[in-house]
Design a protein around this ligand. Structure first.
Ligand SMILES: [Zn+2]
Length: 103
């Protein structure tokens, strides 16, 4: 699963299963090693990095109020300033967020 993509002049790069399931220690993708070899925990770790450890509570609160958690994610990404974290152009939290509606 691709957990984030990042665009630059050379095109789109991504952090996906190739990185998460890697057996070798060297990471060459956009996460800089943060999610390297993390397997199924990569997505959870990414979510915590962006939204904090209590993100599930926040999600429940937002949805209880009739809001969109996807909007919260986008807002969190927009405010992300910690330079040691990868700063993705696009979030992917597919495992726990309703699928995007095309309409
Ligand atoms: Zn990666």
């Amino acid at each position: 699963m691709t957990i984030m993509t990042q665009g630059n002049s050379e095109g789109m790069r991504r952090c996906d299963g190739t990185c998460h399931n890697a057996r070798k220690p060297k990471c060459t993708c956009i996460c800089g090693g943060r999610y390297h070899g993390a397997g199924k925990q990569a997505q959870e770790r990414l979510t915590r990095d962006w939204l904090g450890d209590d993100w599930r509570e926040k999600k429940a609160e937002v949805e209880a109020a009739g809001g969109s958690f996807t909007a919260v994610i986008n807002d969190a990404l927009a405010r992300l300033t910690r330079p040691q974290r990868p700063r993705p152009a696009q979030a992917s939290l597919e495992f726990d967020v309703p699928a995007r509606r095309s309409s």
